[in-house]
Design a protein around this ligand. Sequence first.
Ligand SMILES: CC(C)(COP(=O)(O)OP(=O)(O)OC[C@H]1O[C@@H](n2cnc3c(N)ncnc32)[C@H](O)[C@@H]1OP(=O)(O)O)[C@@H](O)C(=O)NCCC(=O)NCCS
Length: 165
Amino acid sequence: MIIRPETPDDVAAIGEVVTAAFGQPMEAELVARLRSDGDLTLSLVAEDEGAIAGHVAFSRLWIEDARGRAPGISLAPVAVLPVQQRKGVGRALIGAGHLRLKALGETIVFVLGDPDYYKRFGFSREAAEAFRCAYQGDYLQALQLSPDAPTAGEVIYAPAFAAVG
Ligand SMILES: CC(C)(COP(=O)(O)OP(=O)(O)OC[C@H]1O[C@@H](n2cnc3c(N)ncnc32)[C@H](O)[C@@H]1OP(=O)(O)O)[C@@H](O)C(=O)NCCC(=O)NCCS
């Protein structure tokens, strides 16, 4: 199993894997829209014996306050083919993504999802609580990749999130 950035040749397979993981096309449409809008900051695939077994999308968001706006990242969606789940693929994709994002100088990642799953990566409600966000609530969590990360402000997701779903 290797984790690597997507290439143009992977686009169709990513759509199929994301659709299969969620059992509906909406999340695959979100990935396609993020890509075509230029908001897909990092898109990683897990490749197993030449086939795509999983995918994670990290997209650009903005954190606005009175002084201006700072960049942040949204983790969504992450998807693993049903037959490949519970083998560590999701963990490998997210872990590799965070290392790459840190190396790129990104400071904060937000995720909307089950805290029981995302806490293993260091995401917490506490880190997200002070932000204003359309998705604020029990499922919004954040992970600071750097001590310089913003700690408050309004989180504005990429337009694809409102356009799809
Ligand atoms: C969520 C998902 C990406 C995890 O990928 P994965 O490769 O199966 O995960 P890993 O093997 O790295 O980790 C599996 C562990 O996570 C746990 N886990 C998986 N989904 C979970 C969830 N929603 N809540 C809590 N724990 C969860 C499993 O219990 C497992 O732990 P265990 O092996 O100790 O029992 C995958 O199950 C998936 O594609 N699901 C459908 C799409 C989805 O819901 N995506 C996330 C929302 S954006």
